[in-house]
Write a protein that binds this ligand. Structure first.
Ligand code: DHE
Length: 517
């Protein structure tokens, strides 16, 4: 399938290089302009699948605008200057028409796709290299679909290896930091043994995948999919599928999965649905009991509590969809927002109800949020994909206490317990070559930093001790730049192929308040 995707891209690129004819049939227009990202068969690639069931929340007039003007907070570019109004209309009608067939991707197909390079437990238990095993970084290089394992003390690459096509989202570590799991947008999950520098297992858990989470006890991996609309639980040891959960409400209405996360202190996974106004808690231990069983406040909850598992689904009904969300450090509250909502909501996961609204208009990127203590209170900071502002929210009363203006809308944000600064990018704006550094003590901009004029700078991660900040120059001929986090001086620069995210074993496995979880 990886080769198939590349062939599709090649075909699309070849088509794109030939001139359009006046009365070109719509599949050819689609192949020329859309297939390289959304797949020749509309099943998704670097862009999402374009099938009627995945477009339910996007009304046709909006879809016309997206094709003409592009889509905020995504790689979807504007085609208004390349396509006529009639072509845009025809393309819209085309993607809302069911295809002749959509491949079935159930447990049988998932099982059949599994690849075992090394049996679980068969590789040595001593690392093949010398380094602080907790201060390693995994850097994803999306330019040529590779990942680099980096020593976080010497900043020397230990190993570089090929990944599946178009990884997206953070790779997730086992609690001991030995294994890391990657998800590609086209559904492949890979398990990599860091100590032995080997991919041990792979499996295709979906056709168009969102992300994965690893349970806090290291026993399970869960994958959330857009297509088919499922969650798939895998055995973390060898990626054997254990359960397929269809994402749908009690009326049978199906939904894409927005994202799934591990809520380690709760010993459960939390999954948000994109087309159904519910968030799900999926306990992964047998000990788990609903914390307030007395709060069974509607029949859906009662039904959900009747699901005895394994991996039972506890549904929490919501007022709005959840496209993006963030947890407080104890995983008691979820802060969420929909793309269109104009405001966010706070859900108490114990009481299973909404407890507050969040006054964060635009498109907050809550998934990139971080927390710290400000004047004795926990605060959460989130970038906004639609405006150049960082919203700082008091997590005791859920009020926005400050809006810090940046140079433009940003995507990622990072800090560390041992630094007084929070770093964010201006990725979605003309100032995308500049990072903005905020003083966590004053909530003021401390400085702007331009690593290389004209080149996109984004996604920061700190070393285990917080002394150094690693920044991506997010370009094909890009680089990873190491900064001294106190002086903002460049310490080292490593050439890389469009490096996107970088992930520090210690910060991730200890769930540092300054990084994504
Ligand atoms: Fe991401 C993480 C959703 C577009 C790069 N992105 C995530 C996560 C979600 C998400 C739910 C958390 C998953 C996890 O780590 O388990 N991303 C979305 C979108 O809905 C959106 C806006 C549209 C889409 O295409 O799906 C989107 N994301 C992008 C991009 O265009 C980016 C910049 C380039 C790319 O690779 O596609 C991008 N997303 C990333 C990265 C992370 C991520 C690098 C991991 C961040 C981290 O530090 O943990």
């Amino acid at each position: 399938m990886q080769h198939f995707s590349r062939l599709c891209m090649l075909a699309a690129a070849l088509l794109a290089s030939s001139p359009a004819s006046a009365a070109e049939p719509v599949p050819a227009v689609y192949a020329r302009h859309c297939a390289s990202c959304h797949g020749i068969d509309r099943l998704g690639g670097t862009g999402p699948a374009l099938l009627p069931e995945n477009l339910e929340r996007l009304r046709k007039p909006e879809a016309l605008k997206v094709i003409a003007n592009g889509r905020a907070a995504s790689q979807m570019m504007a085609f208004g200057d390349k396509l006529s109004a009639a072509e845009i209309q025809a393309l819209t009608d085309f993607v809302y028409t069911p295809p002749a067939s959509v491949p079935v991707w159930g447990l049988a197909e998932i099982k059949a796709s599994r690849i075992e390079n090394f049996k679980a437990g068969s590789l040595p238990d001593t690392p093949a290299f010398k380094a602080d095993l907790l201060n390693l970084f995994v850097v994803v290089e999306t330019g040529d679909h590779h990942a680099t394992l980096l020593d976080g003390d010497s900043f020397k690459p230990i190993h570089r290896f090929q990944t599946r096509f178009a990884l997206h989202g953070g790779p997730k570590f086992t609690p001991d930091g030995r294994y890391v799991y990657f998800a590609s947008r086209d559904g492949w999950i890979a398990k990599f043994d860091i100590w032995n520098l080997k991919i041990t297992h792979e499996i295709r858990a979906g056709i168009n995948t969102r992300n994965l989470a690893v349970s806090g006890d290291g026993r399970y991996v869960i994958v959330g999919n857009y297509l088919p609309q499922t969650l798939v639980v895998l055995d973390a040891a060898d990626l054997t599928p254990l359960k397929l959960i269809e994402a749908k409400d009690d009326t049978g209405k199906r939904s894409r999965v927005s994202a799934v996360y591990d809520a380690a202190p709760r010993k459960s996974f939390i999954a948000a649905l994109k087309d159904v106004k519910e968030v799900w808690e999926i306990p992964y231990t047998d000990e788990h009991e609903p914390i307030f069983p007395g709060l069974v406040h509607d029949f859906r909850m009662a039904e959900a509590l009747a699901d005895k598992g394994p991996f039972p689904v506890r549904r929490i009904p919501l007022d709005d969809y959840l496209d993006d969300f963030y947890f407080d450090q104890p995983y008691q509250h979820l802060m969420g927002a929909s793309r269109e909502g104009g405001k966010g909501q706070v859900v108490n996961l114990d009481a299973r109800i909404k407890v507050a609204d969040l006054d964060i208009p635009g498109m907050p990127h809550l998934g990139s949020g971080i927390t710290w203590d400000y004047q004795g209170r926990p605060v959460m900071a989130t970038p906004n994909l639609k405006s150049g502002v960082i919203s700082i929210i008091d997590m005791k009363n859920w009020k926005v206490i400050k809006r810090v203006e940046t140079l433009g809308s940003g995507f990622f944000m990072r800090s560390h317990e041992n630094t007084p600064y929070a770093w964010t990018d201006n990725f979605m704006s003309p100032a995308k070559d500049t990072l903005t550094i905020i003083d966590k003590r004053t909530l003021e901009v401390a400085r702007n930093l331009t690593p290389e004029p004209g080149k996109t700078a984004a996604h920061v991660e700190f070393t285990r001790d917080g002394r150094y900040a690693l920044v991506s120059i997010w370009e094909m001929d890009g680089a990873l730049i190491v900064y001294d986090a106190a002086t903002f001086k460049e310490v080292k620069r490593l050439p890389m192929s469009k490096p996107s995210g970088k992930y520090n074993v210690y910060n991730k496995t200890t769930r540092s308040a300054g990084t994504s979880h």
